[in-house]
Design a protein around this ligand. Structure first.
Ligand SMILES: NC(=O)c1ccc[n+]([C@@H]2O[C@H](COP(=O)([O-])OP(=O)(O)OC[C@H]3O[C@@H](n4cnc5c(N)ncnc54)[C@H](O)[C@@H]3O)[C@@H](O)[C@H]2O)c1
Length: 351
């Protein structure tokens, strides 16, 4: 399953040309209530028509069976068939939900992913995973299904709220850390509140495209993309349990710092490289409250991780900036030390 990718500053107009070269019996556009306001006009202007969109309330709470049912019913009502197309225009919630709806409706109709959030453009819409949350468990039901096209146009990011942008940046940093040292250096000048160039977005997206093409089903190197996510998920789950809202990217950034620190403690990552990572990430991501970094509770969440080995866990660690390594065994004791060390990361920063 290779990714057919249209990207760059003119991606939307190239997509319009591609669409003209095809003859779909019907085209539907799925949006959420925010991307309906912020992104739909741009797309309609390029395509030159006024289709009525299928609109789902914005937010992760829509990525469930009820949301999926709503999309299926809209496709049924519009008499969509295997010759029709569904365009998913939104962040990762919409590309996951719409991809799942298209890959199951009438046993699969063609769809196109047009991610409009940074996280969607460099991560969620790439890699053919679709899905919904069932029983409160994220992405517990889904499919592997390839879109007809993946269209990455940075124009959409102009309306993305600042906090969402910063959240998506965590995945850009992650891609550079696990596989692209040159990208890490290009991010040297990145400052909070800045937008990245389309070249950087493309380069970050390419890391994921390359990795998933080599390992579509996550048997090996695709696991690299989990860097920062073991401790990141534990912190995110603890925040959720406390009713605190932190964005996924903030949790992943904290997870990356702790997992880079562990890499250094295990003698893999040099001190100078660990300090570079810490210094860069603490400037972009605010310190999370100590209450969320609770060692006992976060380690309890690690035990639910599918990579749990009893009193240790398999994680992605770093040998160098730009060189991640999968399946590294880390004891829960060392994870707990990383959680304890996290507040110090914000004390020791140097320019
Ligand atoms: N399939 C995968 O491989 C994969 C990988 C990573 C994440 N995900 C999924 O992606 C989702 C998170 O993605 P997300 O952060 O994009 O969430 P999201 O889709 O909920 O978008 C975040 C917010 O930004 C708004 N938004 C999006 N684009 C906008 C724009 N251009 N202008 C204004 N507002 C805009 C959305 O309406 C929403 O309020 C989660 O459901 C996660 O599970 C999937």
């Amino acid at each position: 399953m290779s990714t057919k990718l249209i990207s760059g500053d003119h991606a939307l107009s190239e997509f319009a040309k591609w669409l003209q070269s095809r003859s779909f019996s019907r085209i539907d556009i799925l949006v959420d209530s925010h991307t309906e306001q912020a992104c739909l006009r741009l797309l309609k202007d390029q395509l030159g028509w006024e289709a009525m969109p299928i609109v789902i309330p914005a937010g992760e709470a829509s990525k469930n069976l009820e949301g999926l049912h709503k999309v299926w019913m809209a496709l049924l009502a519009g008499a969509s068939d295997r010759n029709s197309l569904l365009i998913n225009l939104g962040g990762g919630m919409i590309t996951d939900l719409g991809g799942m709806a298209a890959s199951t409706f009438k046993r699969g109709i063609p769809f196109v992913q047009i991610p409009t959030s940074l996280l969607g453009q460099v991560d969620a819409a790439i890699g053919h995973k679709t899905g919904i949350d069932v029983g409160g468990v994220k992405n517990s039901v889904g499919t592997f299904s390839a879109p007809e096209e993946l269209v990455i146009d940075p124009v959409f990011l102009e309306t993305l709220p600042h906090e969402e942008y910063r959240s998506g940046m965590a995945e850009v940093f992650k891609h550079s850390l696990v596989q692209d040292k040159e990208l890490w250096f290009k991010l040297n000048d990145y400052r909070l509140g800045m937008a990245c160039s389309s070249e950087i977005i493309q380069q970050a997206a390419d890391v994921k495209v390359r990795i998933v093409e080599e390992d579509p089903r996550e048997q090996g190197q695709r696991k690299l993309l989990n860097f920062g996510h073991s401790l990141g998920h534990a912190v995110e789950s603890e925040a959720l349990a406390q009713g605190a809202t932190i964005r996924h990217g903030e949790a992943v950034a904290a997870g990356m710092m702790m997992e880079a620190w562990i890499s250094h403690q295990k003698g893999m990552l040099a001190l100078e490289e660990w300090e570079q990572i810490r210094n860069r990430l603490v400037k972009v991501y605010p310190q999370l409250p100590d209450t969320i970094l609770n060692g006992d509770r976060c380690v309890a969440f690690l035990k639910n991780d599918k990579k749990n080995l009893g009193d240790s866990i398999r994680m992605v660690l770093l040998n160098h900036i730009g060189e991640g390594v999968i399946d590294q065994v880390v004891s829960n004791e060392l994870s707990r030390k990383a959680l304890d060390a996290y507040p110090d990361f914000y004390m020791k920063t140097t320019d």
